[in-house]
Design a protein around this ligand. Sequence first.
Ligand code: NAP
Length: 291
Amino acid sequence: MQEISGKTRVVGVFGWPIEHSLSPAMHNAAFAALGLSWVYVPFPVPPDGLRKALEALPALGIVGVNLTIPHKERAMEYMHKLTPIAEAIGAINTVHCLPEGLLGDNTDGEGFFRPLQERHYEVNGKNALLVGAGGAARAVAYTLARKGVKKLTIANRTPERAEQLGEWLRARCPLLFEVEAISLDCRSHLHAVMEEAQLLVNSTSVGMYPHHEAEPPIPPEWLQPNCLVYDLVYNPMETRLLKAARARGCATIDGVQMLVWQGAAAFERWVGQSPPVATMEAAVRGKLQGV
Ligand code: NAP
């Protein structure tokens, strides 16, 4: 790490809790690799402190921050401006302090999409099953819609939330594609959807440490080898779902890749240059192997 001096530029992350965030290791490894005198600091910001913490950013000369649970939606009202993608998704994960005020952005969709692009996976015209309907699902669903998915099925434990996400999507991407919302309990319907799905995305927290032994949300025996399986969970890196998918010959993408690419996009906004993505990924994987 570079020596901290009066010239050091500061970025960071606001969350509550924040002590397990992998972002400081990821960004500080990138700064070190590029020899930049920048530092990324985790800030424990409670919900009732969010407004004051955001307002203090320009006075402290902080370049920008990431936002994580529980701030992504509440922070929108304190922004001077929103990027079109943040406005569309209705949540921000990246704040940039500009001379005219705070700019709220969302890099989750980009973070989700870049690993698909890196492997030249064409979303256009595909049938996709998205399991989950929470905050991450919104960025995923919106991105898949914009990238031309043919049919998207959203399956959630609480079917009303899947319906709401479907309605939200139809309002933003009218006539673009077919969307259906179902309950995770509709097993025969879900099985039929899986027979035709070329992309399965798990955006639920099922499989996440410390409940990593939980049954995957989709039975492994339903996985077809032509289906790409993408799990947003990154701890553990190889979830039970991904392990089963690999065993059945499916291509897989783990949650570390999305985490790294959403961070890389934020880095690029703040620093104005491309980060060493492989270094960032190695830092995250190193941390996760150590836990
Ligand atoms: P969220 O808004 O709280 O949504 C959680 C989702 O998981 C909901 O759909 C919820 O269903 C479902 N769920 C929770 N427990 C379940 C269970 N036992 N059985 C079935 N469904 C269950 O959370 P989020 O922010 O979307 O995050 C979801 C996951 O994505 C987390 O594991 C998070 O770490 C991961 N994530 C990864 C990245 C990355 O960069 N890799 C980025 C964002 C999120 P209900 O609606 O029925 O409650």
